[in-house]
Design a protein around this ligand. Structure first.
Ligand SMILES: [Zn+2]
Length: 292
């Protein structure tokens, strides 16, 4: 199955996590990042292999071209990112960057990072002067040509980045002892700062089922609509999976709760990341259901 057919799937920079000894691994990249930042220089050299994607209130930085109205992610170099933040009196530290992945482009290895710049108020005007702006992920999804695999890859990277950056904002304290959490593994995990606890915390994923319920004759589909929907808009039924529940059970329970219809056989279709539209990273599991 072509995963690029699903929005937010097919992220090319996280198809595999490099081994720790590889120069583009989270461990090696973080070490290099610390060295570069500790130079305390206005202009950081040799940082070309780092690309940084800023997020403001969950919106990735993007640019657009008038030709074909295409958009692209607004990657910054480490030195550019540092100087932009300094203009807003924000100091760039290794703790503020989140490792997103790596990729070899034309024989050169690049490491990609995300950063939340919501506190840097002056950044919008600064970047606006360079024809960049922060755009809602859902808007980008609608603006993307789904047959354009490169654009779909960019969308997947933006979705993953937003989910991780937003998770850092919401997982500030340990759920076990209440102490502050600190990023570890280049921001891919967090850990409780209390030495008596040291609980590791992983990015949260909330699984959701979305289902197309069809009748036995296979000629009618059960759809729903919410009061906030525009006229004539209908959608498949969907809902969060509860603890101790299989996908099939979630499909049956949600369908019955929302419509009173009892579902028969449940057939799995595919899965899809759905980042940032719920409070955390959501995972959608699609299925076709047969109503008897
Ligand atoms: Zn703790």
């Amino acid at each position: 199955m072509n995963m690029n057919s699903h929005a937010f799937a097919g992220n090319p920079i996280k198809s595999r996590t490099p081994k720790p000894r590889e120069p583009v691994s989270p461990q090696s990249a973080l070490k290099t990042l610390r060295t570069l930042l500790s130079t305390n220089s206005q202009i950081i050299s040799d940082d070309d292999f780092f690309k940084i994607l800023p997020f403001r209130k969950g919106k990735p930085l993007t640019g657009s071209t008038t030709i074909g109205l295409k958009w692209h992610l607004g990657w910054l170099s480490l030195s550019d990112c540092k100087s932009y933040l300094e203009k807003s009196q924000v100091v760039l530290t290794d703790d503020s960057l989140v490792y997103l992945g790596s990729q070899n482009e034309n024989g050169v290895d690049f490491v990609y990072w995300g950063i939340d710049v919501s506190d840097a108020s002056g950044l919008v005007d600064e970047l606006g002067a360079r024809q960049f702006c922060f755009v809602e992920l859902r808007t980008l999804m609608v603006a993307t040509d789904w047959s354009d695999s490169k654009a779909m890859s960019q969308l997947a990277i933006a979705g993953h980045g937003r989910a991780l950056v937003e998770w850092h904002n919401t997982a500030r304290f340990c759920g076990y002892c209440g102490s502050k959490t600190v990023p570890i593994e280049a921001g891919r995990r967090k850990q409780c700062s209390n030495d008596l606890c040291n609980k590791r915390i992983y990015p949260r994923v909330d699984p959701v089922v979305i289902m197309l319920v069809i009748d036995k004759e296979n000629d009618r589909a059960l759809l729903g609509r919410q009061s906030r929907f525009v006229p004539r808009m209908w959608s498949c039924l969907a809902g969060f999976i509860e603890p101790g529940e299989s996908l099939e059970e979630a499909v049956r329970r949600e369908t019955w709760e929302e419509t009173g219809i009892e579902v028969g056989e449940v057939v799995y279709h595919s899965s899809q990341p759905w980042p940032g539209f719920y409070p955390f990273l959501s995972l959608s599991l699609s299925s076709s259901s047969f109503n008897y």
